[in-house]
Design a protein around this ligand. Structure first.
Ligand SMILES: C[S@@+](CC[C@H](N)C(=O)[O-])C[C@H]1O[C@@H](n2cnc3c(N)ncnc32)[C@H](O)[C@@H]1O
Length: 258
């Protein structure tokens, strides 16, 4: 069993699935619609245990997972959703120790997921053109304890990137066609590429480009995440869902002249 220490990040789970990501700091208070929770009352409790709020509501003390940091982080930009992250990583072969080039850090949501996989020996080299978004991403990564595995650069990657021979690359920018040549040049032969393309038009342009450049295993798809509502004798899919988040194009680079 492990216990909450001063300085830990904890995930508080309240009734109806409401969650709070809390940085525990002695002397602080969490103000919620269920009443005040004193951080001093959280410190020393075992992870997985429950406590009561001021108004007698049960709240569980859990460890935050990567998905919690991603969904509860600051999000000034559109982000890649967890439902899309897993397939991206699987398709482009990201592993512990990988060197990954990411263009379009945005809020750093996908960066967090990538960093969590490449750590501790790999690196995510992530480019963001706008400082205000890079600052948010840095904060999100620091909170998740993943900043050490990310080389965050404020630069326009359509001009150039510093890296060469990266193992994998991910592009999530407004117009991917502007950066694909630079990204492709930095990717090692046989490396995996994923391009996040929210519209059909962009998807078509990206596929045509990748085919014309000789990439292989060019594939485009979307993922659908449909929740199941379970009641005895009446278990069925939820009537609401986040349907379209993005399309994803994946491919592998081959060596020149092959
Ligand atoms: C949709 S957001 C990326 C979101 C990110 N994947 C996430 O999960 O949080 C796109 C970002 O790409 C950045 N961007 C657009 N063009 C760029 C370029 N040429 N170089 C670097 N960043 C660029 C934008 O400023 C924006 O923050």
């Amino acid at each position: 069993m492990s216990y909450v220490s001063d300085g830990d990040n904890v995930l508080m789970l309240a009734p109806r699935g409401i969650t709070w990501l809390v940085h525990v700091s002695a002397g602080s208070e969490l103000h919620t619609h269920l009443g005040i929770i004193r951080h001093d009352d959280i410190i020393g409790r075992p992870y997985g245990s429950a406590m009561e709020t001021q108004f007698g509501q049960k709240v569980y003390i859990l460890r935050p997972f990567l998905e919690d940091y991603i969904m509860l982080g600051e999000r000034p930009t559109q982000i890649v959703y967890p439902k899309d992250m897993g397939i991206i990583v699987a398709r482009i072969g990201v592993m512990p120790g990988s060197r990954v080039l990411e263009v379009g850090t945005g809020s750093g949501a996908l960066t967090m997921f990538l960093a969590g996989i490449v750590a501790p020996t790999g690196r995510v080299h992530s480019y963001e053109a706008r400082k205000e978004f890079a600052d948010v991403a840095r904060g999100n990564l620091a909170r998740a304890g993943l900043l050490d595995y990310v080389d965050l650069k404020i630069a326009d990657a359509s001009v150039s990137v510093d890296e060469a021979n990266v193992d994998s690359a991910v592009v999530d920018v407004g117009d991917p066609m502007k950066v694909l040549r630079v990204v492709g040049a930095a990717l090692k032969p046989a490396g995996g590429l994923a391009v996040v393309t929210p519209t059909f038009n962009q998807t078509e342009r990206v596929i045509s480009y990748l085919r014309s450049e000789g990439y292989v295993m060019v594939d485009a798809f979307e993922t659908l995440y449909r929740r199941i509502e379970s009641k005895p004798g009446a278990t069925r899919p939820s009537s609401t869902m986040i349907s379209h988040t993005t399309f994803i194009v994946t491919a592998r680079k081959v060596a020149p002249d092959h």
